[in-house]
Write a protein that binds this ligand. Structure first.
Ligand code: PMP
Length: 373
């Protein structure tokens, strides 16, 4: 009999920076009111389901072959969608897609980060950013946002000048605060980035871009003049397709070509491409609920404030609210009542996603019960 393999600590050559770490992710609990990961609460309609299923069937007939590595058709469809959504014209060669915008970010860090280089963002922000840096052996620097979660253009400019990063990640609207950045702030960062010796790519993560309030511009408008800018989007939120795993970006052709070097061959399966293209044909219908989610969000912010809570201004499909002496106790109290929110952001705050009207009212009732307000 051979001895059992020795898998005690130290046996596997785990990179030292990974020792003792847990995988990232919010608890996936089966609860009646899941409002913790900023999903779209509305599933695709039966019409969309039928079209997506037919597209998958078509793709399945060709699954003996590898998919189109450069997904030319999907890139053209994504460019056409952005033109309708933001009025900004992009060429297919200026588009890129991957399995969620998480993978897009990884491609960006693989191409532009790496050993001896630095990536920079401004806290509080999306907690995956330092993980992309860690996984690509990129040094990580966290600047600060102001107390109200805005980012002062001059302090952002100074932080870029000080740390000379090769990548700056700006979430707008920001997760977990909901804060959108004015274009002047993005311009200040782009200007500081253009002065970094060796170059610096500025990534504006617009995962929640479609939820922005009227009058809030998209950084897509700045792409034409800034070859070192990348604007990322996702089909996970506004399109309600989190399960399909489709993220994308628009940038200069040179920047996109660099991402093509680091991607794994055939990273976007034929099934994923077919699903995304079928869904894009239904963009207006899939996004029909975006307007009502925006209205629901604004009403939720107003309700929280009326009830004596603090709620951050939000351009996203979630609201950061508080503040609580013991936020874990409030989180647990809500969970005991079937409502799952997220413990994230600065101490004392919680984040709730905008759900259906029924889910929002369950959240409100539970919060009143738990806090007595
Ligand atoms: N960016 C931000 C700011 C996010 O909040 C999220 C998801 N929570 C993502 C990117 C990644 O989304 P996905 O990979 O589903 O596109």
């Amino acid at each position: 009999m051979t001895a059992a393999p020795d898998l005690s600590p130290g046996t596997l050559p785990l990179r030292p920076e990974l020792v003792g770490l847990e995988p990232y992710g919010a608890p996936q609990l089966d609860v009646p009111v899941p409002l913790n990961v900023n999903e779209n609460p509305y599933p695709p309609s039966e019409e969309v389901v039928a079209d997506v299923a037919a597209a998958v069937a078509g793709a399945t007939r060709g699954l003996n072959r590898y998919p189109d590595r450069d997904f030319a058709d999907l890139r053209a469809d994504l460019a056409a969608y952005l033109e309708v959504e933001s009025g900004v014209h992009r060429e297919p060669e200026q588009m890129w897609a991957a399995n969620g915008s998480n993978e897009i970010m990884l491609h960006l860090l693989q191409a532009f980060g790496g050993p001896g280089r630095t990536a920079l963002s401004f806290a509080p922000t999306y907690s995956m950013y330092p993980e992309y840096a860690r996984d690509t052996s990129t040094a990580w620097v966290m600047g600060r946002r102001a107390e109200d979660f805005t980012l002062d253009p001059e302090s952002a400019r100074a932080t870029v000048a000080e740390h000379r990063p090769s990548v700056v990640l700006l979430a707008s609207p920001n997760n977990p605060t909901g804060t959108a950045l004015p274009l002047d702030t993005v311009r200040a960062v782009l200007d500081a980035a253009s002065r970094v010796p060796g170059g610096c790519v500025v990534v504006v993560d617009e995962a929640y871009g479609e939820f922005r309030r009227a009058g809030t511009p998209s950084a897509l408008e700045l792409l034409a003049d800034h070859p070192h800018l990348a604007v990322t989007r996702t089909m996970s939120k506004a399109f309600g397709l989190a399960g399909a795993r489709v993220g994308y970006l628009s940038a200069s052709r040179e920047l996109v070509d660099a991402l093509r070097v680091v991607r794994l061959p055939y990273h976007l399966s034929a099934v994923t491409q077919a699903v995304a293209r079928a869904a894009l044909r239904h963009a207006p219908q899939l996004m029909a609920q975006v307007g009502s989610l925006r209205a629901e969000r604004d009403a939720l912010v107003a309700w929280l404030r009326d009830h004596g809570f603090v709620a951050a201004d939000s351009d996203a499909n979630f609201v950061l609210f508080g503040t609580f002496d013991d936020r874990h106790a409030v989180w647990q109290g809500l969970l005991d009542r079937g409502v799952l929110v997220r413990v994230t952001g600065p101490e004392g705050w919680l984040r709730v996603s905008v759900g259906t009207p029924a889910e929002t009212s369950a959240f409100k009732d539970a919060l009143v019960e738990v806090t007595g307000r």
